[in-house]
Design a binder for this molecule. Structure first.
Ligand code: BGC
Length: 784
């Protein structure tokens, strides 16, 4: 990780600005300027559709949940290895638009570009490119292009293309294309894995162009899923709709285009509003797609581009009203936080049957797979700020319980559900089980996020409808996977799992896993007891549906009581697993600098695994999530130990160390870790931003402030704060929702102020002090 990088973009708290076009930064900038609404994702590529090669750019258009599968080619497979891959499929590109300015085609590689700026307006949710272009023959034109992926209309993206001839009058021609000959980059984003998808994967079913509209429908070769897309176009001259237009069309095998020309006088602005629609047969019957896309396009046309822009701003305004974290005294950090939160809210699936990829919808990295990143890093942010979106992400896990049950059977568990380590459609998609399926902790991570949601929101209905079933089914696997080992004094041991740390795999008694499993069981016991007392009819329904008997909780209680944890008496710490302290100490000086961050690319896994070091936060993460179960002294001893042995080779690590450092009063160190997270993607510390965002770390920076500096925890149904302020800041402010009440917290050098913004009552703790605020505007001030 290269944290000494200078800011790539000018420091502006609400904007990210590219001040010149430089091809060598193109691939990375495509991710920076990627837009999404949790359903459609599009990379920040240009409308001109330059022909970039595999190292300089990737046109990317995605629909959340839409994937292609291929038969996985294993050199050596084992029983239970997934047979089919899942990759977020790169879909036809409809952004491509060319403008011909009185016989010269706009092309930034040709002529002269002046006053160039591409700005991501994070406050508004709009991407804007503006420039003045002088053609090789000397024609000067002002060009302004707005782009948004609509929060108002799930299936719609808008490109609003404005052209103003500055020193000439003439014919302006717009050529709008639909390129369907698209492929994933695969080799670039996944070089050491033979996974696919290879080549063009969509077979066309329909394609047409008529007047101002184009339409395409295609079905994937492997997953046999159908997607549809289309575009429609409206032109304006100086804000007047141009009604009579003569559209020309051209259809080839893999491409369709329509074009139109208008006369434009010097100083006059012609605007093309291009509405793009994507939908898939995951949402409706295949035969309904064409009608649906047409209707959506017509509705978007009726709304108009200006309405979509207005709604986009309103949506973002309401998002920032709750989720913004304001920092006084450090604009660079402020910009980083905005960038992170912006990408998070863009990326989260919110229709109840899609999740959120580790890279959001910003690129092909990690095949677009959903991991635990969603539950452990992103969900806590959404639970406190956008609980409705959080709930939809939990719905996605609920909706895939059947596949998780099937997976549990494959792994030999007669009861319960085992969630996949990596997936899109709910089935396991990881091919290397030591780093994949063995990460059983995903079950407890999902249960943890669910429990946090229930505690923070107080949504008991959700527990009854869906939550209890998830808690019971995940708990059942924990009750089956281990045993009360005689050699460990009858304690419950879980062997051959991989914890979060991917440099120590297939270990016995991973501390994090055992801890999270125990708490998963505890939450399941709690849920069953609650239902038994308060909603026996729900419990009976569940008993029947999943063949559950309340007697099962007897065993769960025994496991809770007897869970084993590795312990090093001499150091008084919890080693990561039973073998951790036996492993060879890591000597970084023996590793050439250029190989240090890329161990799996340069060393055999056995070499890595035999060393006493860790890729990322593991035991420490468990101690953060369940900090109420440890003393501060205990956490400090463990932190001191893990600090030494953790390499932070995963982007999921530093934010967690920052939070724990806060808990134990290591404020300077906390700030150091926080700084490594806050602008990680914006300044591309990992040099791989081209492949997509690191959503977990982006959300982790919010946690580092709210759960770290402000010390927020919701444990045992109590909301707690332990606010401190880094010396680098003058003040910070954030808002969180608890049981429908919106609380604002402002921390300055002298005091922490808690104020109800909306809602009627909130109760919380600061140390031993219990505070209740009773209504809107009510506040409490704590000296710090
Ligand atoms: C990390 C995992 C993470 C995955 C996706 C890996 O490098 O070790 O913890 O889930 O990336 O972000």
């Amino acid at each position: 990780m290269d944290t000494d990088k200078r800011p790539i973009y000018p420091i502006q708290v609400w904007d990210i600005t590219e001040t010149e076009f430089d091809i060598k930064n193109n691939y990375r900038n495509e991710t920076t300027f990627a837009l999404s609404n949790g359903y459609i994702g599009t990379r920040g590529t240009f409308e001109e559709a330059y022909d970039f090669d595999i190292d300089t750019g990737l046109e990317g258009n995605f629909v959340n949940g839409f994937y292609e599968s291929e038969k996985i080619r294993y050199g050596e497979a084992n029983f239970g290895s997934p047979l089919l891959s899942q990759s977020l499929l790169n879909l036809p590109n409809l952004k491509e638009t060319h403008v011909i300015l009185a016989d010269e085609k706009f092309d930034m590689m040709d002529g002269t570009v002046e006053e160039y700026e591409r700005v991501l307006h994070m406050k508004e949710g709009i991407l804007e490119r503006k420039l003045i272009w002088t053609s090789p023959k000397g024609k000067k034109t002002r060009i302004q292009i707005l782009r948004l992926v609509s929060f108002a209309r799930k299936n719609i993206m808008l490109i609003s293309y404005r052209v103003t001839p500055l020193n000439y009058s003439g014919e302006i021609q717009f050529v709008s294309k639909m390129q369907t000959d698209v492929e994933n980059h695969t080799r670039k984003t996944n070089p050491i894995v033979d996974y696919g998808p290879f080549g063009r994967r969509l077979d066309p079913d329909k394609m047409w162009a008529k007047n101002n509209k184009m339409y395409y429908e295609g079905t994937t070769k492997g997953s046999q899923l159908t997607m549809a897309c289309g575009s429609s176009h409206v032109l304006w001259k100086n804000n007047d709709l141009i009604k009579e237009l003569s559209w020309q069309k051209d259809i080839k095998e893999m491409m369709a285009e329509i074009s139109v020309s208008v006369e434009c006088e010097q100083g006059t602005t012609v605007k093309l509003d291009k509405f793009i629609c994507y939908s898939t047969a995951l949402d409706m019957g295949k035969n309904e797609l064409e009608t649906f896309v047409n209707k959506e396009l017509e509705a978007a046309e009726t709304d108009g581009g200006l309405y979509l822009e207005k709604y986009q701003k309103e949506y973002m305004e309401s998002f920032w009203k709750i989720a913004d974290v304001e920092i006084k005294g450090n604009e660079a950090v402020q910009q980083g936080i905005h960038f992170n939160l912006y990408h998070i809210i863009q990326a989260a699936g919110r229709d109840g049957h899609t999740g959120m990829g580790a890279k959001g919808l910003s690129g092909e990295g990690y095949e677009g797979h959903y991991f635990w990143d969603t539950e452990m890093y992103v969900l806590p942010v959404l639970i406190y700020t956008e609980p409705e979106v959080a709930k939809k992400l939990l719905d996605y896990r609920y909706g895939t319980l059947d596949q998780a049950r099937e997976r549990a059977r494959i792994l030999g568990h007669m009861k319960g559900a085992l969630y996949p380590w990596r997936t899109i459609n709910g089935a396991e998609a990881s091919t290397y089980y030591p780093l994949g399926t063995a990460q059983y902790h995903i079950n407890a991570d999902i249960a943890y996020a669910l429990s946090l949601y229930l505690q923070v929101s107080g949504d008991v209905e959700y527990l009854k409808e869906k939550g209890a079933e998830i808690l019971i089914e995940t708990a059942r696997v924990w009750a089956d996977v281990g045993s009360f080992a005689e050699c460990k004094d009858g304690r419950y041991c879980i062997c051959d799992v991989t914890g979060p740390d991917e440099y120590n795999v297939l270990v016995d008694n991973n501390f994090y896993t055992n801890l999270m499993a125990r708490e998963n069981l505890r939450d399941a016991v709690g849920a069953v007891s609650y239902l038994n007392e308060n909603a026996p009819e729900v419990l009976s329904r569940l008993e029947e549906k999943i063949d559950f008997s309340i007697e099962e909780i007897e065993m769960w209680n025994q496991i809770i009581e007897k869970m084993y944890f590795p312990y090093d008496e001499k150091r008084q710490i919890y080693p990561m697993d039973d073998g951790f302290m036996m492993r060879k100490p890591w000597d970084e000086s023996k590793i050439p600098p250029e190989k240090r961050a890329w161990l799996y690319e340069n060393y055999h896994p056995l070499f890595i695994m035999r060393h006493r070091m860790s890729k990322q936060a593991d035991a420490i993460l468990g101690m953060y999530l369940h900090s109420n179960l440890f003393t501060e002294e205990e956490i400090r001893r463990n932190y001191d130990f893990y600090q030494e042995v953790t390499l932070h080779h995963s982007s999921l690590s530093t934010c967690i160390f920052g939070i724990v450092a806060c808990d134990i009063g290591y404020l300077d160190e906390a700030y150091k870790y926080f700084s490594q997270s806050a602008r990680m993607d914006l300044d591309d510390y990992h040099n791989n931003f081209y492949a997509g965002i690191h959503a977990a770390n982006m959300a982790g920076t919010w946690q580092a402030i709210v759960n770290g500096f402000a010390g927020v925890r919701c444990q045992d149904s109590k909301l707690r704060f332990k606010p401190v302020i880094p010396k680098e800041w003058e003040e910070y402010r954030f808002r969180i929702k608890r049981k429908g009440t919106l609380l604002e917290v402002t921390v300055s050098k002298q005091e922490a102020r808690f104020k109800i913004i909306e809602g009627d009552r909130i109760n919380f703790w600061i140390g031993e002090k219990n505070i209740t605020l009773k209504g809107e505007g009510d506040q409490y001030v704590e000296k710090i």
